[in-house]
Design a protein around this ligand. Structure first.
Ligand SMILES: O=C(O)CCC(=O)C(=O)O
Ligand SMILES: [Fe+2]
Length: 279
């Protein structure tokens, strides 16, 4: 019997990735192949915003400049079956709205990635990422003092401004230097930096200190290499580790759905009331 720590999402305990800051959970085969195909077909092709190393779309909309979401329902294909399963598992049970209200869809072609960054204070400390199409490695590193506040600006996350391209390059370089310097983890109990290998149809949940204290990114490479039990934190939770027996993951086009609970939500009704109060 797995012993449960306080606040741990009980049903998820068997999926907790060991030796990482609390808490990452990796659930292989979270959705079926049919569900995967169906979601991929429904992602609207006209809503992509192309960034320098990936393309992106936000549902129901991009956040405002002060990180507020104009509340609106998520499209049905993002709700069923995924959010229904989140409710059964209690994924968002600790967040203010108890369910996600915002989804960013990222698409990475072979060789593309995202700079190491933190998701920041606009969201509750739970992110649930469903991977589609192909496997990819998420790289985790600890924030160094010099890397505090490497929060991806909303503009770059949401693709509103081309200025978002600059931090991508800059932060990516910072991380590579850190690795070259044989990065020393402040908390030596944890094996950092490390990688989480995300297979298609899997769910990765990031909560608490894992959300707050680490940077995550994806190398813009054609092949993830040197994959083995000692370099991939979730190796024992993989659905098909044999696929990576040669230590390699040849990248394909991978789409991620990142579900979040935006803390500040304004409704259309609130806007009208606010305007009336000002009069
Ligand atoms: O594609 C992913 O898994 C990561 C995306 C991400 O970090 C983000 O959108 O903030
Ligand atoms: Fe992120």
């Amino acid at each position: 019997m797995v012993s449960l720590k306080q606040n741990e999402l009980d049903v998820l305990a068997p999926y907790r990735i060991p030796d990482l800051p609390p808490n990452f959970y990796y659930i292989p085969n979270f959705i079926t192949e049919e569900e995967e195909v169906s979601i991929l077909q429904k992602i609207p092709s006209q809503r992509w915003v192309t960034l320098s190393h990936r393309r992106l779309q936000a549902h129901p909309s991009t956040l405002t400049a002060n990180n507020t979401l104009l509340g609106a329902p998520l499209p049905a294909y993002l709700v069923k079956p995924i959010i229904e399963s989140f409710k059964e598992l209690g994924v968002f049970k600790i967040t203010p709205h108890k369910e996600p209200n915002h989804v960013l869809i990222n698409e990475y072609s072979k060789g593309e990635g995202i700079m190491p960054h933190e998701d920041g204070s606009a969201y509750a400390e739970v992110v649930a990422t469903v991977s589609l199409g192909a496997s990819i490695c998420l790289e985790l590193s600890e924030k160094k003092p010099s890397e505090e506040n490497k929060e991806l600006p909303v503009s770059s996350k949401e693709g509103e401004a081309s200025g978002g391209h600059e931090p991508f390059q800059g932060v990516h370089k910072a991380s590579e230097t850190a690795k070259g310097d044989s990065f020393q983890s402040a908390s030596s109990d944890y094996k950092l930096p490390t990688r989480i290998l995300q297979e298609p149809r899997s769910l990765l949940i990031t909560t608490g200190p894992a959300y707050k204290n680490l940077l995550h990114g994806i190398s813009p490479t054609d092949v993830d290499e040197n994959l083995k039990v000692s370099t991939v934190a979730n190796w024992h939770l993989l659905s098909e580790p044999d696929r990576f027996a040669d230590g390699r993951n040849e990248r394909g086009t991978r789409v991620s759905l990142t579900y979040r609970d935006v803390l500040k939500v304004s409704s259309a009704a609130n806007k009208v009331l606010g305007a009336m109060k000002k009069k």
